[in-house]
Design a protein around this ligand. Sequence first.
Ligand code: PGA
Length: 267
Amino acid sequence: MEIILKDTYEDLCRAAARMVAKMLNAKPNAVLGLATGSTPIGIYRELIRLHREEGLDFSQVTTFNLDEYVGLGRNHQQSYHRFMQEHLFEHINVPAQNIYIPSGTTDNYEAFCRWYEQRIKECGGIDLQILGIGVDGHIAFNEPGSSLGSRTRIKTLARQTIEDNARFFDKPEDVPVYAITMGVGTILEARRIALVANGKKKAPAIAAAIEGPVTSLCTASALQLHADTTYFLDREAAGDLKMIEYYEWIQAKGPGAPYSTTWRRSV
Ligand code: PGA
């Protein structure tokens, strides 16, 4: 687990976008796992800038989104289909046929969920998954109590999530109660994971995820079992971490720095 601390939201978005760009430079046909919500918007903004100004190429990329509200069509103002078009896909050159987002309007959810999992496998698995985190510690819509081995399925949203997301709808009653979401088990199969969080209200969830026990009550804590997860945090989101001084120390020294220096000296 690597923790990258930044002073501002813009800095952490730039750092996370750099990780995506590095991945695409090394593997132009990478499979990206994408997230919605307020947090990743800055990362998408930076990716769009890299595409426009530095030629970052998405022409061979495949994307899988984490989740979608059940009942919202792809053109609904608050659907995640729409969100992704507006915040990313309309502005880069990822081919439309390479974009996968769970359907909020299928008439057979079970079959759709099985197909979605199958498609991820057929495309070679997710190389880099971007995640936000809910104030209740959820990743995607895996609410507290979700099985840590869960796969893509329908979830009933927690009251907290409905309240948090009500800001995007005209009335709280308009927030859908169900979502279709990748499971925690699905997410853990991504080769690399980048979780991004900013602001004070995420601090307890971040502390629980990184330093608390692995528990279904905070599904992000399952990432402790993943071998290549990077957290991009601003100072406020990192505010409740007990080991903060150690993470700062690592950041100042660079992870594994003495070994790479020795290695470089010996060649
Ligand atoms: P947010 O949502 O980025 O809008 O805070 C994060 C999440 O619920 O995963």
